[in-house]
Write a new protein. Structure first.
Length: 135
């Protein structure tokens, strides 16, 4: 994992909500808790947001976007990654900064369904041509 947790204790103490502090404690106790999700990096992003946006009275969200191949269902690693994402999502639910996770395909599908931008269809076609493939 490579995270030097002692550098973050002060930020956790002063900035973190209980649910995120709980994830930090779990990661300190078991650095290999997550094998396919870099949860430590997400905790650091959360702390950065709390430090920078903590006093702003507005909806805040941390969006984790990840790539999967078109045939992700054929690979155990992608199921396990999704399980870890779900575990983290549940662990940090209810915080001031809402945590969302989407695969690129899920994000593109949302854009397809909700965007009013005239160029979206062509943009999505270009993205899918470049990034949607099987392994």
């Amino acid at each position: 994992m490579g995270v030097h947790w002692f550098f973050y204790q002060g930020a956790i103490d002063s900035l973190a909500e209980p649910m995120w502090a709980g994830v930090y404690i779990e990661l300190k106790a078991n650095p290999r808790l997550f094998k396919f999700l870099d949860a430590a990096q997400l905790v650091k992003h959360y702390l950065g947001m709390r430090n920078t946006l903590g006093s702003i009275n507005a909806e805040q969200a941390l969006l984790y976007v990840y790539w999967e191949p078109a045939n992700a269902e054929e690979h155990e690693e992608f199921y396990r990654h999704r399980d870890e994402v779900q575990y983290l999502s549940e662990a940090v639910s209810g915080g001031q900064i809402r945590f969302f996770a989407r695969s690129y395909q899920q994000l593109w599908d949302e854009w397809r369904d909700t965007s009013s931008w005239a160029g979206m269809k062509a943009h999505l076609s270009n993205l899918e041509q470049r990034y949607s493939f099987s392994i």
